[in-house]
Design a protein around this ligand. Structure first.
Ligand code: ZN
Ligand code: ZN
Length: 349
């Protein structure tokens, strides 16, 4: 892809070979550790160890499993650290492939846990919603057929339970621009809502690094809109957060999946273009279908696989579709009427 240069060559080779990348020492003394996600196509989360004068910070401890825990401990050993040296845990966001191991790491180390206030709010709210029940209700608002809903609950339900399981609360809240409490190191929170409401990137200006979490990945287009809470601004906030990243083009990107790269502005522009193209496809498809339900619209769009082979990822697909429709509604190009999508021109009829 134009303007994007792969920096993590060992990581890219591992990604392609479907193996686990090695622990690597990076600029500024940071250490990258691949923490496995068993039985998941994402395969691993890239956890970063950020040393300070006394102890170190762990960014995104990874998915909760014994094999992941052992990988994290092996990474600490390479960094010359023990569990007791971990003074803080910073979350880019609370998805379980990032936040899963936080509780175990906090218990073992006594470290504090930091995240953005909007992320903490989503954590508290999710604990009060029955995951499967919430998912079923949400799918019904899109007129998903009942047979599809029960099939998705049987295949995605366990995933939803994990996704919304009670996870470790925050001790420290990081607002946009705040410095992470770590002596001898500047590490600044950059709020990039969209993938989740309180997603943070982390800037290490002296080593010219930006930890991009799931906001900016080199190849994958991060999921937007999978909040189950009717947030109709997720995609517009995501696009604003992509635009915000252009000013960090002087940094190397340290993402939470896949591999390190350079070309933050180019990759952000590419993802923006992808979403604009998707909006154009949706406008054409709504015109062609008349007044489709959200489910029918999602099923009529082009995906990397035919719709009937997407499986449980239909949940993410319909969420993405709704996020784009909401953006087009806000722009006055479409309207939503009781679970259906109508061209603005005929919305009054
Ligand atoms: Zn995520
Ligand atoms: Zn992730």
């Amino acid at each position: 892809m134009a303007g994007v240069e792969v920096l993590g060559e060992a990581q890219q080779a591992a990604w392609r070979a479907r193996t686990l990348p090695p622990v690597e020492r990076l600029a500024g003394g940071l250490v990258s550790v691949a923490v496995p996600i068993p039985d998941n196509p994402l395969r691993y989360t890239l956890t970063y160890l950020v040393p300070g004068d006394h102890g170190l910070i762990v960014v995104d401890p990874g998915w909760d499993s014994d094999v992941g825990w052992n990988a994290l401990r092996a990474g600490l050993a390479v960094a010359g650290a023990r569990l007791g040296d971990v003074t803080g845990i910073v979350l880019t966001h609370v998805h379980p492939d990032h936040h899963g191991l936080t509780g175990r790491l906090r218990r073992a180390s006594g470290a504090w846990v930091a995240m953005h206030p909007a992320e903490r709010a989503s954590l508290v709210r999710d604990q009060h919603t029955g995951a499967r029940e919430g998912l079923a209700r949400w799918l019904r608002t899109f007129h998903a057929p009942e047979a599809e809903i029960s099939h998705l609950l049987s295949t995605f339900g366990a995933e939803a339970d994990r996704h919304l399981a009670p996870l470790t609360d925050a001790d420290v809240l990081l607002e946009d621009g705040d410095l992470v409490p770590l002596a001898g190191r500047r590490l600044r929170a950059v709020w990039t809502p969209g993938h989740t409401p309180g997603h943070l990137c982390l800037l290490e200006p002296d080593a010219r690094l930006l930890l991009t979490g799931d906001h900016l990945l080199p190849r994958i287009s991060p999921n937007v809109g999978l909040q189950l809470d009717g947030d109709d601004t997720a995609l517009s906030r995501y696009l604003d957060s992509l635009a915000k990243l252009a000013e960090y083009d002087w940094c190397a990107a340290l993402p939470a999946h896949e591999y390190r790269f350079r070309g933050i502005a180019a990759r952000a522009a590419e993802l923006t273009g992808h979403h604009r193209q998707r909006c154009a496809e949706i406008l054409e498809t709504v015109d062609r279908l008349g007044t489709p339900t959200m489910w029918e619209l999602a099923a009529s769009l082009s995906w990397s696989r035919p719709w009937d082979q997407i499986g449980p990822m239909k949940v993410g697909a319909v969420a993405e579709t709704a996020a784009h429709v909401d953006l087009l509604v806000a722009a006055g190009e479409l309207a939503r009427r009781s679970g259906t999508v109508v061209p603005r021109a005929s919305a009054g009829r």
